[in-house]
Write a protein that binds this ligand. Structure first.
Ligand SMILES: [Zn+2]
Length: 434
């Protein structure tokens, strides 16, 4: 298959090859070091022999050990390289049995893979598993905290749906008879189920459609899930965004210049200009705005993520301008695009896309689910905006035009305001129905 980004140039179909792929399979009865494999290729009377670079070792289960997640948030994937998709990250302290290795990658017993650099290996440990009895909860002023007391920190995964938040605990067996959960601003009901012998699934049915972010961490062996409440919305005409905190992230900066336009104009500069204009528009409407940078400097992707996680804004927006790879059709590729990752960010992405495309009569580049550093934070709905294509000669004129930049900023601020207003109105309608 061509690389994932080829969806952007429409060249994402499988490429046909005249070669046929040979796959073989064998079984080995006992654990052993088989050394380097030798490959033999024979065509008529010609024969080529080559020794492989890697070595093959069949490991006994007792040799594999237990991995403890040593990084703040362990990146788990569907396979043993960064080409494979990400799964729910594992909180620091998670303990999980290793069932296989490929290079520096470890296969974990519940199916995910992780780079061994993010783990500490404990040899001779017993496979971590736990029972769960009661589940506790605490209502904080801006969030609801659910506490899962466990015997050991087991792997977890999260799924967000419409009006539902689902948490799965692996290597866990329920011995639950009581769960207290009073009427809560967020949760209408908690359902749980032992879905398979070692998997317990908790479904939080939510009162409202929009979710405002979550955090997962281990405190010793207690899993703590924090579900954020809605910010206090209001119908003030003058300051509709008062009580709303927004993180604005002007993409790139410093040594990272991003895309560049036909005149050599850099994306990092235009991102900052529009972000500052947008900040001013949002502040005028009452919002508190936190910027990840206010001048031309290096800010790493991780630093930007940390700002979102610690600031806990109502929403986070990353501002970018797009550019096509060299083989793309620069003349005909243009328009405004939005990118989201967690389900909680989808409604904002679609709303802003429609709002900007309609009100600025911008070409519609599209709404994309996309795995990006600035769409991945889970602490708040986070959307990345590509305001236009710097590689398109006509759109570039508009991108660098100060008047068009001001219009873009005020339209985005209006769109954000309207999105919050829509949530406020549906909440009020629900309240009067009850
Ligand atoms: Zn960019």
């Amino acid at each position: 298959l061509p690389p994932d980004a080829s969806i952007l140039t429409g060249l994402n179909q499988p490429t046909l090859s005249s070669l046929t792929k040979y796959q073989g399979c064998t079984t080995v009865a006992n654990a052993a070091d088989l050394g380097k494999p030798q490959f033999n290729l024979q065509l008529d009377d010609q024969r080529i022999t080559q020794t492989g670079l890697g070595k093959i070792e069949i490991l006994a289960p007792t040799q594999l050990g237990v991995a403890e997640i040593a990084s703040e948030s362990g990146v788990t994937r569907t396979g043993p390289s960064t080409d494979y998709s990400r799964l729910t990250p594992l909180p620091k302290g998670t303990m999980v049995t290793v069932t296989g290795k490929e290079g520096e990658w470890l296969r974990l017993d519940y199916g995910a893979w992780i780079n061994s650099k993010e783990t500490k290996i404990i040899t001779g440990a017993v496979a971590p598993q736990t029972v769960i009895r009661s589940v506790g909860y605490r209502r904080l002023s801006t969030a609801t905290e659910i506490r899962f007391p466990l015997e050991t920190a087991v792997p977890v995964s999260v799924e967000q749906g419409n009006n539902a938040f689902t948490l799965t605990l692996y290597n866990t067996t329920a011995q639950t008879d009581t769960i207290r959960l009073d009427d809560d601003p967020l949760i209408s009901r908690l359902d749980w189920q032992q879905v398979s012998p070692k998997q317990v699934k908790y479904t939080f049915n939510l009162k409202k459609f929009q979710q405002w972010g979550y955090k997962l961490k281990y405190e010793n062996t207690t899993l703590v899930l924090t579900l954020r409440h809605s910010p206090r919305l209001n119908k003030s005409k003058r300051l509709p965004l008062s009580n709303i905190k927004i993180v604005l992230d002007p993409g790139h900066g410093g040594k990272e210049s991003g895309a560049s336009g036909p005149t050599g104009y850099l994306e990092k500069d235009v991102n900052l200009i529009v972000s500052k204009l947008l900040r001013d528009e949002l502040v005028k409407r009452g919002a508190k705005v936190v910027m990840t940078r206010e001048d031309d400097r290096d800010v790493s992707l991780v630093e930007r993520q940390v700002i979102i996680n610690t600031q806990e804004p109502a929403i986070a927006l990353s501002i970018h301008h797009n550019s096509l790879p060299d083989n793309g059709d620069a003349e005909n590729t243009k328009g405004f695009g939005t990118f989201w990752y967690h389900s909680q960010s989808h409604s904002l992405a679609v709303f802003l896309q429609n709002y900007v495309v309609t009100n600025l009569r911008k070409p519609n580049y599209g709404v994309f689910w996309k795995n990006l550093a600035l769409t991945r934070p889970s602490a708040a709905p986070a959307v990345l905006l590509e305001l236009g294509f710097m590689s398109n000669p006509y759109e570039f004129e508009e991108i660098v035009n100060p008047q068009a930049q001001r219009k873009m900023a005020s339209t985005l601020a209006d769109g954000i305001t309207k999105w919050f207003e829509g949530i406020y109105l549906t909440t009020e309608a629900q309240r009067t129905q009850r």
